[in-house]
Every structure is written in structure tokens, then in C-alpha cells.
Design a protein around this ligand. Structure first.
Ligand SMILES: [Fe+2]
Length: 188
């Protein structure tokens, strides 16, 4: 029987109820997320609808009433991506269709100057179907679809990103600022 979002969310709730720290919960969730990429009968064609203003399209599949346990599908237009950002909560991403390049950044300044942050590229990781990448709350990454067709991935976070007070970075100008809240659509 296919492993679908409903069963995944029940597993998420069970794991989250144990109140394990991120570095313990992430290795438990990543293989479950990878299982969702095998039988994709739960993926709807509407997940591929791109919000032209953002260059991506976000469909919320689950969020608890207290804004914990966010599960969302994100489609990325060819060549589109997002600037470096942190999440201020744990995160797991699994590729569903196509390949997305994640650039992992390291912050090298001491954080003492307001609105100022210096980033260096730490490494790059291409995430394709069934491949996962995990993030601790302070990890910084940027994402870009480097292919010529839309890519789709599933994102799972400990808390809704609209409620974590996370940051966005502009490495070219050494700027840090509040991360913009992205437009999303509910599952219909
Ligand atoms: Fe992210």
C-alpha cells in the first residue's frame, strides 16, 4: 500500500510528541519523507502551478492549529530560486520531480553589526527524486532549479515558517533582514 501524506503526518505527530531535539528527530523523518517519493499518487497536478510573482508555487498540505508541523509541496520554475535563508526550526526536504541545487552557506561574521552578515559558500548539494536534505534551525541555504523544466519537492518543518522569525541574507551586499513571508495556497 502506498505511503501517503495522511500516514506521514501521523508519523510526524508521533515523533514530534516525543519532544526529541532536532538532531534526533531529523534522521527519523528523512527516510519517511523519502518513502513519499516512491509512490506519488498523492501528488496533484495543481502542485505544479507556479505563482509568477514568486517564481515558485507553494501548496500547504498540513499545518497543526498551533502552527507546528508544516508540510508543503513547492514547485520551482526553471532557473528560479530563493536567496540564502535560515528557518529557525528544523527542516527536511525530499525531491519529488527534477533536481534542485541547494547551496549551503556559512556565516563568518560575529553578528555584532545590525543588518550585517557575511556569508561564504560551504558546499552544494543537488537534491533529486527520493533524495533528502535536512536542516538544523540555524543552517543557511539557498535553492535554485538549475534545470530547464519545473521541479517539485516536499518540505517539512517543525513550525510554520511564517511564525519563526527567520532571516534572509544577501551575500553580495552582506545584508541580513527578516525573511519575506511567501504566498501560499491551501490544498483543495
Ligand atoms: Fe529553506
Amino acid at each position: 500500500m502506498a505511503y501517503k501524506i495522511e500516514a506521514f503526518v501521523e508519523d510526524l505527530k508521533r515523533l514530534n510528541a516525543a519532544h526529541a531535539p532536532p538532531k534526533e528527530i531529523l534522521p527519523e523523518i528523512a527516510p519517511l519523507a523519502a518513502r513519499l517519493s516512491e509512490d506519488q499518487s498523492w501528488v496533484q497536478s495543481s502542485f505544479y502551478d507556479i505563482d509568477e510573482n514568486q517564481g515558485i508555487g507553494i501548496t500547504v498540505l498540513h499545518e497543526e492549529p498551533d502552527h507546528t508541523l508544516l508540510v508543503e509541496a513547492i514547485v520551482w520554475a526553471p532557473g528560479k530560486g530563493v536567496l540564502p535563508h535560515d528557518h529557525q526550526t528544523w527542516g527536511v526536504v525530499v525531491g519529488l520531480d527534477g533536481t534542485e541545487r541547494n547551496t549551503i552557506w556559512q556565516r563568518t561574521d560575529d553578528g555584532s553589526r545590525q543588518n550585517h552578515a557575511v556569508l561564504e559558500v560551504h558546499h552544494e548539494a543537488d537534491v533529486g527524486k527520493g533524495q533528502t536534505i535536512v536542516f538544523m534551525p540555524n543552517d543557511i541555504h539557498s535553492v535554485k532549479n538549475i534545470t530547464d523544466r519545473p521541479s517539485l519537492s516536499l518540505h517539512i518543518y517543525g513550525k510554520s515558517l511564517a511564525h519563526t522569525g527567520r532571516s534572509e541574507f544577501e551575500p553580495e551586499t552582506n545584508t541580513i533582514r527578516p525573511c519575506p513571508v511567501r504566498a501560499k495556497r491551501p490544498l483543495i
